[in-house]
Write a protein that binds this ligand. Sequence first.
Ligand code: PEP
Ligand code: MG
Length: 596
Amino acid sequence: MSFSIHGQAVSRGIVVGRAVLVAAGRMDVAHYFIEPAQVTSELQRIAKARDVVVNEIEQVKLKLTHAPATDAPSELTALLDVHLMLLQDETIAHGVREWIVERRYNAEWALTSQLEIISRQFDEMEDPYLRERKADLEQVVQRMLASMAGESASLLEQAKQAAQVAQFSGNSSAASERVPLILIARDLSPADLLQFKDSVFAGFITEVGGKTSHTAIVARGLNIVAVVGARSASQLIKQDDWVVIDGDAGVVIVEPSPIILEEYGFKQREGTLERERLRRLRHTPSVTLDGQHVKLFANIELPQDSAAAVAAGAVGVGLFRTEFLFMSRVSKGMSKLPDEDEQYAAYKEALDGMQGLPVTIRTIDIGADKPLERGSRSGDEHLNPALGLRAIRWSLAEPTMFLVQLRAILRAAVNGQVDLLIPMLAHVSEIKQTLALIKRAKDQLDDQGVAYGSVRVGAMIEVPAAAMMAQVFLRYFDFLSIGTNDLIQYTLAVDRVDEAVSHLYDPLHPAVLSLMSQVINACKAQGKDVSVCGEMAGDTQCTALLLGMGLRSFSMQPTQILAVKQQVLRAHTGELAVWAADVLASEEPSELVALR
Ligand code: PEP
Ligand code: MG
């Protein structure tokens, strides 16, 4: 029977496909399609992993039989017997085999897919003893995955590459019949999403997360159709169910009827036409009807994203979120932090990619929903991670690391125009410490005789305190950039990643607009640049209002640039300024914006 689940619309578009449930913490499991010729070897990998684990358990059991009775409680032997039984269970083996043979999933993916199915059956069992055996099954699967991961890594890579080459060269018999796959998970970290680009998934649904969570932002950047905050999705959706993600409405339809499918097929075609229409605006100058030039910059997460920024016609990068260079390194077997040369290379790559256009590099904004390592989400350890040691607070607490980053950015500035942007400042003491460290980084480079370029230094306005002190900030900085994602979160005391309060997350709240207006006016009065780089800049519902408030510089995910440009081309800023004054004076600005 068809049913729908409502969540948050984070990334536009529609995708119809089959559900793949991925348990928390299993995003690391490789997901790729194999070629028919690889089926036998994948079955062998599974069989080998099972034999290895069976053997390990037999060995442990053997040791236990020779150990003194006190050291070897009988429960332990019984437990090992359960593990052996699960390893030899025919239903599990049969299911795994089917995923490999019928669907051409790689061995690890087949194993975890079957695990999801059996886990649910355990969940539904009435007998608590049997229900608890789910944990044993998970352990057994974990052991098999570990055994497979221990195989020669190059062999695994070879298998993946063989599958990819065949698919891209059109040799894959399965490629043409393949249906899109939709990942369903309780939560995904922003770092998980970066792996999405090369993955088999066409969209995802998570149970947690808000519209401006970093996971949602990355999804928009990668143009992945997604819905977040779809509560209970991983309970209600079953492995392999047919699912429609309506990324425009934030709705998920499970097991859609033929009529619903037809309707969504139509919407999909409309979406494609709309994107084609927008593409024609790529070279059109971004100028309003009354001749005002509006700069549309791109937000990027990795240096390679500069290609998408240029392709979308961005006039530069308005926000390079450098923390993505720092995330999930240890789990990928890299050093904990990138060293100065590695960072320099990344910043230079972004500059080169932008082909002479300016790049605004923001210093690391780690913490809250962007932990350094997967599973170490600050929220698990701290009650209020968003109010804790994140962004500039983290950098100032780790001055050695911060100096490495500052030196790398300054050195990169030899290769093009770099603006240095500092996140989440609130105190004059933080401003002074930051500027002193920038000076120290320059002194260190001078001492070493290393060349560096000149940079403009700007501050992000993300905390109400900073917005209210814009005049003071302007004494120290060359430009300001309003980070509305955090400014809204901190002004309204609404956690941007908590779907339970997402209805209160309101970009058009009078207090938010008033703070933004103060910042824009303060910059204009002093002839300094100001931009908005939060998600509001890429929200076409807000373009007219921001233009009316005097904003002329927007920075957003490259995927939003052309849609915002379309709004700019239709705008008359003189008329919008009059209207915006009314909106700013209103108790309920969203009503006026909706009426326009
Ligand atoms: C913001 O807060 O608006 C912003 C652009 O920074 P981030 O989304 O990375 O916190
Ligand atoms: Mg921010």
